[in-house]
Design a protein around this ligand. Structure first.
Ligand code: NDP
Length: 256
C-alpha cells in the first residue's frame, strides 16, 4: 500500500449530515476529492440542491438525502431509500448541528432539548442506522463532529457544551461496542471556524478580538482546514485509530 493509497476513498460512499453548507460541505468536498461518492444532507432543500449541483459540476458522484436529523422516522426512511437504491454508507460524518447562545437561567427546557437532540441524539440515531448496516459488512468509519466544548465549558452555550461533551463519550461508547466489528469511530473537535454559525461572533469586535487573541495561530479556522482530519479518519490510514478526538483548533485547547 502506497502512502497516497492509504488516503484513497475510491469505491467508498460517505454520508455527511449537515453538508449543505459550512464545515459539512467543506468536508464532503474533501472526501469527494479523495475519491468518495457522497450522500449530502440538510433540511433546506434549496441549499442542499445548490451544494449537490456544485459538487456534481466538479465531477463528483452526489446523492441528496434531505432529512431532519432530529426526526427518527425520517432518518430510518432515508436509510431505507439508500438501501433500495443499493447505496451502502461506508463513511458516516455526524456533522449536523446548531448553536444557541443563552445564559442557563434564561434557557427554556424546549431549547435545551432542541440543542441536545440536534447535536447529540442525532449522532446516536444516524450512527445506529449506519452501524446496523456496517456491522454485517465488518467495516465502516464514523466521524462525529465535536468541538472545543467537548473538552472545556464556555458560558452561555450550556446545552451545546453538554452535547459536544456527549459526542466525545458517544464516540468512545461506539468504539467499545463496534470496534470489534471493524468500525472505527472517532471525532473531530474544531476550534473557532468561519461559518454561518459564527457570523454574528465574527461581526462582534470584542468576540472577534477574544478569538484571535486566545488562539495561538492568531486567526479563525477555515472550513477546508478540517478536510485533512476528515479524510484521515475516513480512510485506511486510521484503521487502528479508535475512539479518539482530533482537535483542529489553531492550538486553542493547548492554552484554554
Ligand atoms: P452551519 O450553521 O454553517 O451549518 C449547519 C449545517 O447543519 C447545515 O448544513 C444545516 O442544514 C445542517 N443542519 C442543522 N440542523 C439540521 C437538522 N436538524 N437536520 C439536518 N441538518 C441540519 O454550521 P457549521 O458548519 O459551523 O457547523 C457544523 C458542525 O460543526 C456542527 O455540529 C457544529 O456544532 C460543529 N462545530 C462548528 C464550529 C464552528 O466554529 N463553526 C466549531 C466546533 C464545532 P441547512 O442548510 O438545511 O440548515
Amino acid at each position: 500500500m502506497t502512502v497516497p493509497g492509504l488516503f484513497d476513498l475510491g469505491g467508498r460512499t460517505a454520508l455527511v449530515t449537515g453538508s449543505s453548507r459550512g464545515l459539512g460541505r467543506a468536508m464532503a468536498q474533501g472526501l469527494a476529492e479523495a475519491g468518495a461518492a457522497l450522500v449530502l444532507n440538510g433540511v433546506d432543500a434549496g441549499r442542499l440542491a445548490e451544494a449537490a449541483a456544485a459538487l456534481r459540476a466538479a465531477g463528483h458522484e452526489v446523492h441528496e438525502a434531505p432529512f431532519d436529523v432530529t426526526d427518527e422516522a425520517a432518518v430510518a426512511a432515508a436509510f431505507a431509500r439508500l438501501d433500495a437504491e443499493g447505496i451502502a454508507v461506508d463513511v458516516l460524518v455526524n456533522n449536523a448541528g446548531i448553536q444557541l447562545r443563552r445564559p442557563l437561567v434564561e434557557l427554556d427546557t424546549a431549547d435545551w432539548r432542541r440543542v441536545i437532540d440536534t447535536n447529540l441524539t442525532s449522532a446516536f440515531v444516524v450512527g445506529r442506522e449506519a452501524a446496523r448496516r456496517m456491522i454485517p459488512r465488518g467495516a465502516g468509519k464514523i466521524v462525529n463532529i465535536g468541538s472545543l466544548t467537548s473538552a472545556a465549558a464556555r458560558a452561555t452555550v450550556a446545552p451545546y457544551t453538554v452535547a459536544k461533551g456527549g459526542i466525545k463519550m458517544l464516540t468512545q461508547a461506539m468504539t467499545a461496542e463496534w470496534a470489534r466489528h471493524g468500525i472505527q469511530a472517532n471525532a473531530i473537535g474544531p476550534g473557532y471556524m468561519l461559518t454561518d454559525m459564527n457570523r454574528a461572533l465574527v461581526d462582534d469586535p470584542a468576540f472577534n478580538d477574544w478569538v484571535i487573541g486566545r488562539t495561538p495561530a492568531k486567526r479563525w479556522g477555515r472550513p477546508e482546514e478540517l478536510v485533512g482530519a476528515a479524510v484521515f479518519l475516513a480512510s485506511r490510514a486510521s484503521d487502528y485509530v479508535n475512539g479518539q478526538i482530533v482537535y483542529v483548533d489553531g492550538g486553542m485547547l493547548a492554552v484554554l
